[in-house]
Ligand binder design. Structure first.
Ligand code: MN
Length: 288
């Protein structure tokens, strides 16, 4: 099924007729709060049948009449893979780089983005006015964790996945005179757009061959497949789960393929991932 968060943190499922059906009552005590999706995910085994029946019945709100929020507004953690596609590593290297292989996701593991950087399908990407910096789009498949995972094997790791959604890992890059931490550069407000919905893992199937694309103002900038990941999704989850406990609703950004490039206020960014979804986002100057 496809689940979403909309309006005042209501939980929804996309109905067979395309409408958004309210399933907030299935979330438990946190219904109506930004944390409700985490709880729904944690208890999904108990409510799945009820959700599927409501989806089949449909007759909810028209999707154009609701405001979609980030489908997981408050994960405890956002983990992200650095350098997980070979061609992206090459495009970041200096021309005078040595022939030696650069470290990639296998050695580097993961980094974190601040969970407060999340925004939704209806929100603009707000760029701060900072001199000598550029802001890049990174098109990524996001994994949403389904149950507590600690030291799981790669063979079992996909059983801990609730579903998948589209993620933009917006990244500030700078010239040689600035040395901000990666965490800061990727954690500005609205630098982690998520959405438009979470598609459950049974509906997506194995995540190893998903085609993904990103356009800026209609121009194709990124066009790749998750088959090109250096560390596959199950390896990312297994490795991270040996470091930190993963919780229901946690988000894992699996890395960007080649083709990253600058965005500026006035642009429109569109992301599409096969079987997962698509959304278009405006880029604006941050008003604060
Ligand atoms: Mn990234």
């Amino acid at each position: 099924v496809k689940v979403c968060v909309y309006d005042d943190y209501r939980l929804g499922v996309l109905g067979s007729d395309g409408s958004v059906v309210d399933i907030s009552k299935l979330a438990g005590p946190l219904a109506g709060t930004p944390w409700a999706m985490n709880e729904l995910i944690a208890r999904f085994g108990d409510v799945r049948q009820a959700i599927e029946e409501l989806a089949l019945a449909g007759d909810g709100a028209a999707i154009e009449d609701v405001v979609l929020r980030p489908p997981v507004p408050r994960p405890r953690q956002i983990l992200a893979a650095p350098l997980n596609y070979g061609a992206h590593i090459l495009e970041l290297q200096d021309d005078d780089a040595s022939e030696a292989r650069e470290p990639d996701a296998r050695e580097l593991g993961f980094f974190v983005k601040a969970a407060g950087s999340i925004s939704g399908p209806a929100d603009p990407i707000e760029l701060p006015a900072l001199p000598h910096r550029v802001f890049h789009h990174e098109c990524e498949l996001a994994v949403v964790i389904g149950r507590e995972a600690r030291s799981v094997s790669p063979e079992a790791a996909l059983e801990y996945v609730f579903g998948y959604t589209c993620l933009l890992d917006i990244t500030m890059r700078m010239d040689d005179t600035h040395t901000e931490e990666r965490t800061l550069r990727k954690s500005f407000h609205s630098f982690t757009p998520l959405g438009p919905v979470v598609v459950t893992s049974d509906e997506v199937g194995p995540p190893g061959h998903l085609h993904m694309r990103l356009w800026v103002n209609g121009e194709l900038r990124q066009d790749a497949s998750t088959a090109d990941m250096i560390c596959a999704t199950e390896d990312l989850i297994a490795r991270a789960s040996r470091v930190v406990t993963l919780y229901p609703g946690d988000v894992y950004a699996t890395g960007t393929p080649e083709g990253v490039g600058p965005i500026v206020p006035g642009d429109e960014v569109r992301i599409w991932i096969d079987r997962v979804g698509e959304m278009s986002l405006r880029v604006t100057q941050r008003p604060w």
